[in-house]
Write a protein that binds this ligand. Structure first.
Ligand SMILES: Cc1cc2nc3c(=O)[nH]c(=O)nc-3n(C[C@H](O)[C@H](O)[C@H](O)COP(=O)(O)OP(=O)(O)OC[C@H]3O[C@@H](n4cnc5c(N)ncnc54)[C@H](O)[C@@H]3O)c2cc1C
Length: 337
């Protein structure tokens, strides 16, 4: 068996800066590298302009940064990125390789897995090291059932994609030192079959609930699109954002930008209030970063009620309009003072 060593992450370049998720991967990668007692490396691809930012990854926990910086890497091309990452992995042989589950990460990781004939676990939310054989336990919600799957790889490096927003970002420490290597990529690997004909700015998502400090979320228990709409009023009063479960997005009560959970986004507000939400695992996975969780449900046995810091057993049809009324009154009193 060949000797694989080190924990590597994929550092993502957005076109103007390093993607935030890179710092989350650095944080978790550092923890895993320390547990395995190996260095933490970053594979970074981008244009020459990214040089100074790529060097700074050392301040965020990397021991080695392998940066391939070429003009042809200024725009993301699936085949080009995948063949270069695969080449570096083959040469450096890390035992663990983590990619972000962003659009770019989700395009590169399976192509690398295909090129190198490796396994890949998608959308992980936690990792553990099994010390006896150094195996990486890759944890993610299972596809259909209410269970967390614990997955190990049969191939090396053990590769996984990581959901953005799950791990805290690494903090900058300018006293850290490490090795920055400008990686030479052979000419033939810098050829792509993709030609970019035109670039248009993508429509920004309607809302970004991942950064909201207050989230009022609604589920099927709200019973109608009309009552769900009241959440927007409440969110405005609380200076927050609206979250939703998957079924209500599919019912057309909210756009998918509002969806929290496995198929949606992870959120980390100080306050989350869930109205008429049962708290299925697929939804709860997105709530790991919540500080204070409030649930309103007629069923006190609902999982979200059990997980809540404050569980309100009540009918949302009564509570939600009442809550809005009360807040409006409090606000106008405050303005009068
Ligand atoms: C592969 C896969 C991926 C998924 N991904 C996601 C995901 O990312 N996000 C997600 O949210 N779901 C996801 N789901 C769906 C998930 O499993 C649940 O079905 C869903 O979260 C339940 O949504 P809900 O809480 O709105 O509805 P329900 O489970 O139907 O819950 C409604 C709740 O409202 C309460 N209620 C009813 N009437 C009232 C009332 N008048 N007042 C107060 N409470 C009331 C009920 O007691 C109940 O607890 C996924 C499922 C699969 C299979």
């Amino acid at each position: 068996m060949e000797n694989y060593q080190g924990v590597f992450i994929f550092g993502e370049w957005t076109g103007s800066e390093i993607h935030e998720v890179t710092y989350e991967l650095l944080n978790e990668g550092r923890r895993l590298a320390d547990e395995l007692n190996v260095p933490l490396g970053v594979i970074f691809l981008g244009p020459e302009e990214a040089l100074s930012q790529a060097k700074e990854l050392i301040f965020y926990g990397a021991d080695i940064v392998l940066a391939a910086l070429y003009p042809e890497l200024s725009s993301f091309k699936d085949d080009l990125y995948a063949q270069i990452v695969a080449h570096i992995i083959q040469e450096k042989k890390p035992e663990v390789m983590l990619f972000p589950a962003t659009s770019m990460g989700q395009a590169v990781a399976p192509r690398v897995a295909g090129l190198l004939k490796l396994g890949l676990t998608a959308h992980c939310i936690a990792f553990e090291i099994r010390q006896e054989d150094r195996a990486l336990i890759q944890i993610r919600p299972s596809f259909g059932e209410e269970i967390m799957a614990r997955i190990t790889s049969r191939t090396k490096p053990q590769m996984a994609t990581v959901r953005p927003g799950v791990f805290p970002a690494a903090k900058k420490d300018e006293t850290r030192t490490g090795e920055f290597i400008k990686y030479e990529v052979p000419e033939k690997l810098r050829q792509s079959a993709i030609e970019i004909v035109e670039k248009r700015p993508s429509d920004k998502p309607e809302v970004d609930i991942t950064r909201a400090q207050v989230i009022v979320a609604g589920g099927r228990g709200l019973g109608s699109k009309e009552l769900f709409g009241k959440l927007f009023e409440l969110a405005e009063l609380l200076d927050g954002a609206v979250g939703a479960t998957r079924p209500v997005c599919h019912l057309g009560w909210a756009s998918e930008d509002h969806m929290i959970g496995v198929s949606g986004v992870n959120v980390s507000p100080k306050l989350y209030i869930g109205f008429g939400i049962s708290g299925a695992l697929h939804h709860m996975v997105g709530l790991q970063g919540v500080d204070t969780l409030v649930a309103v449900n007629i069923d006190k046995e609902a999982p979200l009620m059990k997980r809540a810091d404050i569980a309100v057993q009540a009918d949302v049809k009564e509570v939600l309009p009442l809550f809005i009324k009360k807040l409006k009154k409090l606000k106008s009193q405050k303005e009068d003072d």
